[in-house]
Each structure stands twice: as structure tokens, then as C-alpha cells.
Design a protein around this ligand. Structure first.
Ligand code: BGC
Length: 343
């Protein structure tokens, strides 16, 4: 179903696409930013709960600076120093996070109109042409993002892109999940499990040193499920520097596999995250400050968690990290799934 989602400051009409499945789940995606606006999941009593933070219309998304539900590119997370070298050339990007580039630099993919190529009750396919030099990156690239809602209660996000010249690509989705409902307060009692034995050590600007640290015996150990808040205030350097969890986990294994899970005791809603990428930024909304969102909700610190599948931050400067260089004509294909259940 297609509905009106408002008009941008430039006068573009924005549409919201609602998908539904057989089990009562619903999601909504806007053609502004290829943003995941709503994820409605039944709780154990059959009430539909919206488990992602967001805004009521496009005006909120135009003003917002927190990347609610955003499709992030060309390179999600940070590039240290806001510059990189490729094939002997130096490319300069915008420095929008200290001296570094965060989530592509200021000309964000989630602040542009995407073109809907196909849409029905189960999927919506969105396209963006990113020209040569866009955000400072070399090579034009046509990007496609397909959202599918399956009868297995999966929100599946597939990314496909083929650059015309060698470039960097690291696309992710920046949804903020609160499985007790988007306006229900903090997520500290909700539980998380992360399928990663190590995380990337990072400095005060969240730039990795290149070293992986084993989680065993540290507050970063989510190999068994535990409440997010149990150790978030621990006197542990990584947590102090990140002001909570805001780190990239090295996911165990390779290929398409489970990356994480999250539970709310209050609603009985569980989410499992799957991806084929090597890393995942687990971010606990440490920097949300009084943000007016959907249906009159005002969101604050640690009221949601992001599970951003990706190549490791600053991989372009770290020999030991895989990606994110994609060669001319090569196809970049990745998938991330958020799968829900309730009981
Ligand atoms: C980053 C956080 C940042 C947030 C922006 C996350 O991907 O790791 O440091 O504040 O995005 O909302």
C-alpha cells in the first residue's frame, strides 16, 4: 500500500510503502532516504507494537540527525582523517565527526529521494544513482536496496551495487530497535546476544586501532544473552570512550549466519539479526538527547539499540580488515535480516 508521507523542503512528494505478512506484521519504508519508518510486531497478547524509533512524516526525517531507520552509504561508520588513498590517488571527504567522516559525510544518502522501481505487498525496491565524486568518492555507482517482509517474519534488506570505477562501498541500515515499543523508555533491561568473540578496539573518536580484543571476561561479552544495562556503566576503557556500547564486533564465522539477538520480557518480542558481512556495530543510543519522534514520543539516551551490519570501521586504512574496496564492474551484494518472533 502506498500512502502520502509529506513533502520535502524542495517540494518533492514523498511516499510511504506499507508491507504486510500473513502473521500480522507490518513494515513501512519511505522513498525519501530508503528509510525503514515502521516495524510493527505483535506482542504476546496480539497488540501491534512499533519497535523502531522514527518520525511521523518526512519533515522529521529531513531535520533529524540521528539516522533513524536510515540507509547509510557510500561508507557506513567512520573513515579516519576524512581521506583515503586508492590506486595512488588521495580522495578527500567531509569531516563530520571530529576530523573523521561518519556515514558517508554530510551529503547523506538518507536525505535524498530514492526511485521506487517495484513495490507490492511484500517488497519494495529502491534505487539511487550516486555519481562520480559523490561525497568525495570516486566512480559512479547505481545502488539498489530491496526491503522484503516474509511470512517467516523476516525484514530482509538486500543491497546491490556495481561501481563504474574502483571505489569504496559499505552500506548499512541504521534502525534503532526498542522491542518494548518505540516510546517505551530505555532498553537497559532488554537482553542482547552477539555472535562475536572479539570487538575492534577504538579510540575516543571511535577509530579502530586495528587490534581485536577478545570479549571473554569483559563487559563486552554478549556471547550469552544478558541485559544491555548489566555492565554498561562498568569502569572499562571501551565503554568509557564510547559512552556505552558503540563498537564494532567481529562476527564469528563467515557467509550468511546469525549475528545477534535481542529480547523484551515486557512484550515477549524477540529479534534475531543475520548477515553475510564480517562486522556489526552495536550502538546503544548513547547520544540521543530529547528527540521528538513518532506519535508524540520524546526519545532519550539509551532508548534503543542499533545492529549495523558492515565492514569494520576505517577498514580502508587497516590492512588486516576486509573490504570495503569494490573494483570497477564488480558486483557488491549483501543481505541483512531482522527476524521477529513473539511469545
Ligand atoms: C555510530 C555512533 C553515532 C551514531 C549516530 C553509529 O553508527 O557508531 O557513534 O553516534 O551512529 O547516530
Amino acid at each position: 500500500m502506498k500512502s502520502d508521507f509529506g513533502t520535502t523542503a524542495k517540494g518533492e512528494s514523498v511516499a510511504l510503502y506499507t508491507l504486510k505478512n500473513r502473521n500480522g506484521m507490518e513494515i513501512a519504508v519511505s522513498d525519501y532516504g530508503a528509510i525503514l519508518v515502521k516495524v510493527m510486531v505483535p506482542d504476546r497478547d496480539g497488540n501491534l507494537i512499533d519497535v523502531v524509533l522514527g518520525y511521523d512524516d518526512v519533515k522529521g526525517y529531513e531535520k533529524g540527525t540521528l539516522y533513524f531507520g536510515a540507509t547509510v552509504g557510500r561508507v557506513a561508520n567512520r573513515i579516519g582523517g576524512g581521506a583515503f588513498e586508492l590506486n595512488g590517488e588521495t580522495y578527500t571527504l567531509t569531516q563530520n565527526d571530529n576530523r573523521n567522516t561518519l556515514h558517508g559525510g554530510t551529503d547523506y544518502y538518507d536525505k535524498r529521494m530514492w526511485k521506487v522501481e517495484e513495490a507490492d505487498d511484500r517488497h519494495v525496491s529502491l534505487a539511487l544513482h550516486s555519481p562520480d565524486g559523490d561525497q568525495g568518492f570516486p566512480g559512479a555507482v547505481d545502488i539498489k536496496v530491496v526491503y522484503t517482509l516474509t511470512d517467516d517474519n523476516e525484514v530482509k534488506i538486500q543491497y546491490h551495487a556495481v561501481p563504474e570505477a574502483d571505489t569504496l562501498l559499505n552500506l548499512t541500515n541504521h534502525s534503532y530497535f526498542n522491542l518494548s515499543g518505540h516510546g517505551s523508555g530505555n532498553i537497559l533491561e532488554q537482553e542482547v546476544m552477539i555472535c562475536g568473540d572479539a570487538y575492534a578496539r577504538a579510540d575516543a573518536e571511535s577509530i579502530p586501532s586495528g587490534e581485536l580484543v577478545y570479549v571473554e571476561g569483559t563487559p563486552m561479552d554478549f556471547r550469552s544473552r544478558k541485559p544491555i544495562g548489566r555492565e554498561i556503566e562498568a569502569a572499562y576503557e571501551a565503554l568509557e570512550l564510547g559512552q556505552g556500547y558503540d563498537h564494532n564486533w567481529a562476527l564469528n564465522g563467515s557467509g550468511y549466519r546469525q549475528a545477534a539477538a535481542m529480547w523484551s520480557e515486557q512484550t515477549g518480542i524477540e529479534m534475531k539479526v543475520y548477515t553475510d558481512l564480517p562486522g556489526m556495530q552495536f550502538y546503544t543510543g548513547n547520544f540521543i538527547v530529547s528527540e521528538s519522534g513518532k506519535e508524540g514520543a520524546v526519545y532519550g539516551k539509551r532508548q534503543a539499540a542499533c545492529f549495523e551490519s558492515q565492514y569494520f570501521p576505517d577498514a580502508v586504512h587497516k590492512e588486516q580488515f576486509e573490504g570495503p574496496v569494490v573494483r570497477a564492474g564488480e558486483s557488491y551484494d549483501t543481505v541483512t535480516v531482522y527476524q521477529f518472533s513473539w511469545k
